[in-house]
Structures are given as structure tokens and as C-alpha cells.
Ligand binder design. Structure first.
Ligand SMILES: [Zn+2]
Ligand SMILES: [Zn+2]
Length: 337
């Protein structure tokens, strides 16, 4: 089978021919149909984060496909079932956080495409109890970005604790293409921020934002304040610069939800304004199995849209360049069928 492999940090991925893997106890083998490209995969390939992956590594945590072999003891899924293999590849199910329903913060997790091989290959191995079940009515191409980008932003909105009339900002930056998914399980107002004019129409008309502010042409903080400020802002930016503007755009008692993971790792938090305005800054990491099931359900009901472009796995290095250059206004998904 074909696999795209990180052999060395900061080097192009290598396309390799590998034997088809066999599922072990509690695992399934998935014949991958689609596999999305997440900015995290680029961070993995560059060893950007404090905890670096062990190489060689097959990245990818948006793999979707059909179960084609069952390891011993698997009862949750069957042959031919369409499943998604998310970032949280496994959790022990017994630690304090798992038991509290916070499995994404498990003390003994495995991370797909980071601590174990992921979805940039034609056949992938996954923990049967941790795959997402892709329901009828969700296209496998849509399912791929929903598996990380979708569930991550959905969970961030939950973490933002927004109410029915709250103003919600979705702060993106130019370098990192945002997840092309609008998730609106609430009836709040959405304001998308973006640097490029040509994408202005997208969040409003296609993804349901009420107002779009462009960081390249407009004063984000001034415009947000003119709107009365935001009750919550979700930042998916992969650079720290937009965070200062996002922070300053919040209303008193507002929540800044951090999702993107800039390699630089820090941003200055003004303590005076945080205290006097009662601001909450909170992180949100992907989502649980239940969150992913909800995302798929909302999508099956036609409540969300995914913007994607397909690529071949052989174009993986070009895809990384496209994501870094911000030249593609959609999620990139490998067509592996
Ligand atoms: Zn991701
Ligand atoms: Zn645990």
C-alpha cells in the first residue's frame, strides 16, 4: 500500500510502499477512502511542538474509510462499516478525566498521526472503540474534515458557553487556512474575521456569518467594538498575532477560546484588562467521541457545510505548501479510493 511518511523533521514527506498492516486485539483495519490535511500534520512534520513525534511517522487524523478486517474481540463495528479515525486514537477509559467524560484530556492517550501512524496511507489501523461511526447521509469527503476541523470548532463553540443572542467571533489568520466548516448549533450571531477580500463572501453567505470583518482592510478591534464587542471568540489561527485583537474585541465577561496552536506558543495576556473586564481565556482540544457523533448527526441533517478540495496523496508536499501559503480557500482532502 502507499503511505506518506515523515522521515526527518523539516524535510518533504516520502511516499513509501508498505505492507498492509494487520489489526491487533481490539483493533480494526480501515481501507481509507478519504483523508484530510490538518495544520497539525505540518506541525508534526516540522517537529514544531514541545513534545515531538517519534519518526518515522505516517501523519493524518482525518482518515475515513470502510472497515475491512477485525482484530480479536471487536464487537462495536462490522466489516464494511464506514468509520472515521480521529485525533484521539485511544484513551484508557479509567483515569479520572475519562471517567468524568473528559476523555480528550486522558492521562494515557494515543494520538492518531502523532503517537501512532495515521491516515495518510491506504490501509490504517484503529482502536475499534474510538473510531467515529459515519452515518448514512454523510459523504466520506465531508466526513474527513468533520473528523478534526469540524469537531474541534464544534467543541470550541460548546466550550464558549454561548447563549441564544450572544455575539460569537471566529478569528482566523492568513497563514493557516481555517477549518472550512460552519457549525451553528445555537442561534447566536457569528462574525468571521479574515485578512483577504476574496474570501469575504464565504463566511457570510455560505457559512452563515452575519458580519465579516477583514483584518487586512479594516480595524478589527474598532469594528468589533462598534458592534458592541463579542461574548465569545474562537481562535483557530496558527500564529499568535490575531490573539491580541481577539482579546481586545471581547465584551466584559467574554470568553476567548484558544484552538489553534502556534509554533511560537506564547501570547502576552494583559492582566489588568483581564481582571477588570472579567475575561476568561480557555483552551479547547478536539472533541470526544460523543461530540463527533453530534457533528456527524448535524451534518446528516444538513445543518453544516464543508468546503473542500481533493488532492492525490502523491501531492502531499505541495498540499503542505498550499496550506502554509494560505492559497487554498478550503480544506484539502486526499482522495484515496
Ligand atoms: Zn487536526
Ligand atoms: Zn483516561
Amino acid at each position: 500500500m502507499r503511505a506518506a511518511v515523515i522521515r526527518e523533521f523539516h524535510r518533504p514527506l516520502v511516499l513509501e510502499d508498505r505492507p498492509v498492516p494487520e489489526p491487533g486485539l481490539g483493533q480494526v483495519r480501515v481501507k481509507i477512502e478519504t483523508s484530510g490535511v490538518c495544520h497539525t500534520d505540518i506541525h508534526a512534520a516540522n517537529g514544531d511542538w514541545p513534545v515531538k513525534p517519534v519518526l518515522p511517522l505516517v501523519p493524518g487524523h482525518e482518515g475515513v474509510g470502510l472497515v475491512d478486517a477485525l482484530g480479536e474481540g471487536v464487537t462495536r463495528v462490522g466489516i464494511g462499516q464506514r468509520v472515521a479515525i480521529p485525533w484521539l486514537g485511544g484513551a484508557d477509559g479509567t483515569c479520572e478525566y475519562c471517567v468524568k467524560g473528559l476523555e480528550t484530556y486522558c492521562l494515557n492517550p494515543t494520538f492518531t498521526g502523532y503517537t501512532v501512524d495515521g491516515g495518510y496511507r491506504e490501509f490504517s489501523i484503529a482502536n475499534a472503540n474510538h473510531v467515529g461511526i459515519v452515518p448514512e447521509g454523510v459523504d466520506p469527503f465531508d466526513a474527513a474534515p468533520l473528523t478534526c476541523a469540524g469537531v474541534t470548532t464544534y467543541k470550541a463553540v460548546k466550550t464558549a458557553e454561548v447563549g441564544p443572542s450572544d455575539v460569537v467571533g471566529d478569528r482566523r489568520d492568513r497563514r493557516a487556512r481555517p477549518p472550512r466548516v460552519a457549525v451553528r448549533p445555537y442561534r447566536g450571531r457569528v462574525h468571521g474575521g479574515d485578512r483577504r477580500g476574496r474570501r469575504e463572501a464565504r463566511p457570510r453567505e455560505r457559512l452563515g456569518a452575519d458580519q465579516v470583518i477583514h483584518a487586512g482592510r479594516q480595524d478589527v478591534v474598532g469594528e468589533m467594538r462598534a458592534l458592541g464587542g463579542a461574548d465569545a471568540i474562537v481562535t483557530t489561527a496558527a500564529t499568535p498575532e490575531p490573539l491580541a485583537a481577539a482579546f481586545a474585541s471581547l465584551r466584559p465577561a467574554g470568553r476567548l477560546v484558544l484552538v489553534g496552536l502556534p509554533a511560537d506558543n506564547v501570547f502576552p495576556l494583559p492582566i489588568f484588562e483581564t481582571v477588570l473586564r472579567g475575561i476568561a481565556v480557555v483552551g479547547s482540544l478536539v472533541g470526544t467521541r460523543e461530540d463527533l457523533a453530534e457533528v456527524f448527526q448535524l451534518h446528516a441533517q444538513g445543518r453544516t457545510q464543508v468546503e473542500l478540495e481533493t488532492r492525490d496523496l502523491s501531492q502531499v508536499n505541495e498540499c503542505f505548501r498550499e496550506v502554509l501559503a494560505g492559497s487554498v480557500p478550503a480544506r484539502l482532502v486526499f482522495d484515496m479510493r
